[in-house]
Design a protein around this ligand. Sequence first.
Ligand SMILES: [Zn+2]
Length: 702
Amino acid sequence: MLLRPLRAMSRYYVTTPIYYVNDVPHLGTSYTTIAADAFRRYRQLRGDDARMLTGTDEHGLKLEREARDRGIEPAKFVDDMSARFRAAWPELEIEPDDFIRTTEPRHKAGAAAFWQRIKARNPDDIYRGHYEGWYCVGCEELKTEKELEQPGNICPLHKRPVERVKEPSYFFKLSRYEQPLLEHYRHHPGFIQPETRRNEVVSFVEGGLRDLSISRTSFNWGIPVPGDPKHVMYVWFDALTNYWTALQDTDEHKKFWDDASEVVHLVGKDILRFHAVYWPAFLMSADLALPKTVFAHGFLTYGGQKMSKSLRNAVDPLAIAREFGEAIEPEVAAPAAAAATQRGTKAGAEVVRYQLLRAVSFGQDGDFDLAAMVERYNADLGKNLGNLLARTLGLCVKLTDGKVPADPVDPEFFRDATPGAPVWEAHLAWQRFEPHRALAETLALSTAANVYVDRTAPWAEAKAGNIARVGTILRTLLGVLERISVMIWPVLPSKSLEMRRQLGLGPVEPKVGAEGWPFSSAEPAAGRVLVPGPPLFPTIDEEGATALLAKLTPRAEGGAPVPPPTTPSVSVAPPSSGRTNTALADGPGAKSATSIPYETFAAVDLRVGLVVACERVPKKDKLLKLAVDLGEPEARTIVAGLALSFHPDSLIGRKVIVVANLAPREFGKGLVSHGMLLASGPSEKLVLASIDGDALPGTKLK
Ligand SMILES: [Zn+2]
């Protein structure tokens, strides 16, 4: 039986934040934009009229000052900076339908129209007053003294003193929207995602909303307030309206912002408040539809390190994509062939896309680790999917004359249009904003097919003369590959194209109103000529990986490599409750007050452990419960204070260093920890001591 979700085509509009142009495109902004591109592509496959918007935020005091510091006009400065974003996205295979700049006439006109809409519909919502307060130029935001670090009124984010400002200002009556917002959150549980973020916003609003200053007179670099050009709009008011102003040019585009359209804003968790509180309040006041979902994703660390500004600028996703592309497609990346160079880059870009969306649970904090990227590329794409394509086509060349055989497909294998099967589960995961799961399911289908080839052994059937059976097996595999070539398209569009070329198929071409997700169990067309080509994902051997990693290691300004965390310092996790372990309590810099004899140290049994399972401990914010394989008959339970720094899923598969002979420690409710992990840093940004290479679980460290 063929099952598929029945649905009508809908309008879908996914946005990224517009990026502030005092920065260049980095891993964080690339991550959001890649995700938006992938969600839009998935919805296109589903037959939706799907649209993606990104752009740049170009107003505000911070930019005015930065341009002046460089001795250039703000307008020229933002032109140059915005162009970098526009040029970066295609290099990462991102194809936004629109790119908006807040300095464009269409946006300025739109923002003014939005302001006037509020004035017309709710005249009391914008009123004149003036404010006095502490203003952080870095945040472009007023701060209360409670939010600042004392003494000295220091912005906790920017670590520098805020400025005292007093000026006339227009205010938005945000306080009026406290109850309507809470009501909206209640009736639309999916409005703010993920759930934990939603709870944060709800308690923020429940704590009471102050009216919001929405204009400035102290600088000019902004959009003039209609009717009072001495004022410019507060940058956040100006910026948030972009999602709407970008659609005001045609009637066709205006339809993407109505009650029937599904509007999704992807944002980093640091700017969720603006999108989940201020923006919907502005929209209510302007009597416009609210977005369906504001989804806040987490922050990325790099090789376990927090992204400082210098590290963030040093990790260039475009450079990583180029180097990776050259490593896996060197012959096409030769400078002689310009078009081919682009192919190499595309291959690298797709590996970056895959790693970001597969390795990080969308919505949680995650780590971007280059060595892990190479490993995952080899395992998932090279040895699993790439291998499936190569061996299937190879068998067809030998056994079916290089064509799709006509024998019926194997009903044993084909349960893929039913709930529980990968095709179905991957589609559900995309709908739930879980690209990491969608890709895992897609690869699970490939794994199942590889297992199927091994089990059915078509070469043996051929030897035994069972030609029809051979045809059935190979046509079944070709059907699976055809499905996968569609399922990877949202994340790996160029590889999908190449894969389909080898399968003798044209490109994936989504059509509005036509279901393109491979729910259907239609069989691949018999007789189609297959076109085997070079490996889809050539694997990288150990030598190649070492060379590639050396090239990819980002360099800080001045050329010094930014090292990944190598020998992490050693301290106690969880933070000991008053008790201090003499041998391990201090960090590397800190001289131990008392030295210990070697025998005392030698008594500590340090071993390599492999984390096989990990979960939060209910009602304990800091604690994770891990199952760690130490080469013993059963995995050990270890409780560690890692939860503020790590998502449980991100630890599974990590090799950690375990103090294996520590006396068991009780955590209440029958929870006992049998060992301790080594980690360093404050509990909200811990670095976990781990070990590279192929050390087996249980290996003793010395
Ligand atoms: Zn600040």
